[in-house]
Design a binder for this molecule. Structure first.
Ligand SMILES: [Zn+2]
Length: 488
């Protein structure tokens, strides 16, 4: 017994010693790059152009010709007038009714071009929360140091900041070494990007244009969102989860009178299937992207968190269980499934023959559409529930390199813009247009430099969306640096 305890004790101390050694031996991934000052940015005029852009109610739509189209036309006209140098010097290609891309020809045809992208459509304002906005959702008001309104973040700030930076550089006489493409889509928020990103990508494919990298919205600058690090953290999205809205249908082919019901109804069969799915979520794991994120963040943390993050071989299970406590962090650990629609029945005394539901999956790297179908079939284990795959499925994206020209350029441009920032690669759980554009690029990165504090997270697609004027200035400076740094 004594021997055993001695052995356990020595093994434990070895494990402890090794983990502490590892904690102090992990090297920092941060590089020392000083911010580059940028004077004479026309920020007031830039802010008023963004504010005017927010006032067009370009709510996302699957159609090119519905009642909303006038708002898109007016916004595009506003963009055309706001950036005369871009309009006169860059080649513009119109796609669908309201999407377009510019090509800024580079000097060196041997260098692959890069693609900056953004979207002009926005999600609508939820009527049940409209009265909770403290500013008009489509007012574009400039107050208290912020520009307020839908699109101030997602994603009109990107559209305008990218164009501001290019307009400035053209006026200064800059000509890039590498060609720069800017793609502006009209329907990112519909999820499928059919008229925008998808249609533009098809054109690039036909013309055999392949990009060194694409930069799209996605991850942000997190401030106080990651415990253990006080400095702002610029998370560069290196992978995006896949997207699948699966239909579930029970069709018994016959209804009947509710006074003589069968033992199981269409609604009952479907409900118990859905309940089985909720009881059997996809298993949680720390994937390659998450491990990379922790590897980059660990050396920047205080001892406790650093010890845990540097020793995933030992603390992985504890970390996993901590991360699984919050919906936002649990979503990073597995393929999620959410029941988003259900319908069946039309009258209180009639048995419906049919019941339908939609389950939305966000597929993590390592899983696939096929895998999701197989697993769902197994869990349902009921032939009466039919699975219907939609026409458009997005498999999870490949993981983009952290040792590429693109990653290096983005990282450098962030550090030249944001003082005292930490940079780390990360996963993006939400759909973005890059799931299309990624097909024509060697690497796809998902990052825009909006600063997000814990209280701000709910502003995405939520109430009181806004961007601070100083943050908007940083966005313009970031794209400016990015274009200047893209010359090699
Ligand atoms: Zn967006």
């Amino acid at each position: 017994m004594k021997k055993f305890s001695l052995l356990t004790l020595s093994v434990l101390s070895l494990v402890l010693l090794f983990s502490v050694f590892r904690t102090f031996s992990v090297k920092s991934y941060q590089t020392k790059i000083e911010p580059v000052p940028e004077k004479n940015l026309p920020i007031e005029a830039a802010v008023s152009r963004l504010s005017a852009g927010i006032r067009f109610k370009t709510v996302s739509s699957l159609s090119d010709t519905d009642a909303n189209s006038n708002e898109f036309l007016l916004l595009n006209e506003h963009i055309r007038k706001s950036y005369p140098s871009i309009e006169s010097k860059l080649k513009k290609t119109k796609v669908s009714n309201f999407s377009f891309f510019y090509e800024w020809q580079g000097k060196n045809p041997n260098l692959k071009p890069i693609l900056l992208c953004a979207h002009t459509d926005v999600v609508d304002v939820d009527p049940s929360t409209a009265s909770l906005w403290t500013r008009k959702p489509f007012g574009g008001e400039i107050q208290d140091g912020f520009v307020w309104g839908r699109g101030a973040w997602d994603d009109k700030s990107s559209v305008f900041a990218i164009l501001e930076s290019i307009e400035i550089l053209i006026k200064r006489g800059h000509v890039p070494e590498r060609s720069i493409f800017i793609a502006i889509g009209q329907d990112e928020e519909t999820i499928y990007g059919k008229l925008g990103a998808k249609a533009i990508t098809e054109i690039f494919k036909k013309k055999n244009i392949r990009f060194e990298y694409v930069l799209d919205e996605g991850q942000v600058i997190a401030e106080g969102l990651i415990p253990g690090i006080e400095k702002p953290i610029a998370l560069i999205g290196i992978a995006g989860k896949g997207y699948l809205s699966l239909g579930l249908e029970v069709d018994l082919k016959e209804g009947g009178h509710s006074s003589m019901p069968p033992q199981e109804t269409a609604i009952g069969i479907l409900s118990s299937g859905l309940s089985q799915m909720e009881k059997n979520p996809f298993p949680l794991s720390l994937g390659d992207v998450q491990k990379t994120t922790f590897q980059w963040l660990a050396p920047e943390m205080k001892f406790g968190s650093r010890w845990i993050m540097s020793n995933l071989w030992l603390f992985g299970p504890i970390l996993k269980s901590r991360l699984s406590e919050k919906n936002s962090t649990r979503a990073q650990l597995h393929t999620t499934s959410a029941i988003t629609k259900i319908s069946g029945g039309f009258k209180d005394n009639v048995l419906p023959a049919k019941a339908e539901a939609t389950v939305n999956f966000r597929i993590l790297q390592g899983d696939s559409h096929r895998g999701v179908l197989d697993r769902t079939e197994k869990i349902l284990n009921d032939e009466r529930i039919r699975l219907i795959s939609p026409d458009t499925i997005f498999e999870p994206s490949p993981i983009s390199s952290v040792d590429s020209i693109g990653f290096e350029t983005i990282r450098r441009s962030i550090q030249e813009t944001i003082p005292d920032v930490i940079v780390a690669p990360a996963l993006v759980s939400a759909y973005t247009d890059s799931l299309h554009y990624g097909a024509v690029a060697d690497n796809a990165y998902r990052f825009f430099p909006v600063r997000v504090k814990p209280d701000d997270v709910k502003r995405f697609h939520g109430i009181d969306e806004r961007i601070s004027i100083s943050n908007y200035e940083e966005m313009i400076r970031f794209y400016l640096r990015l274009i200047l740094n893209s010359s090699n």
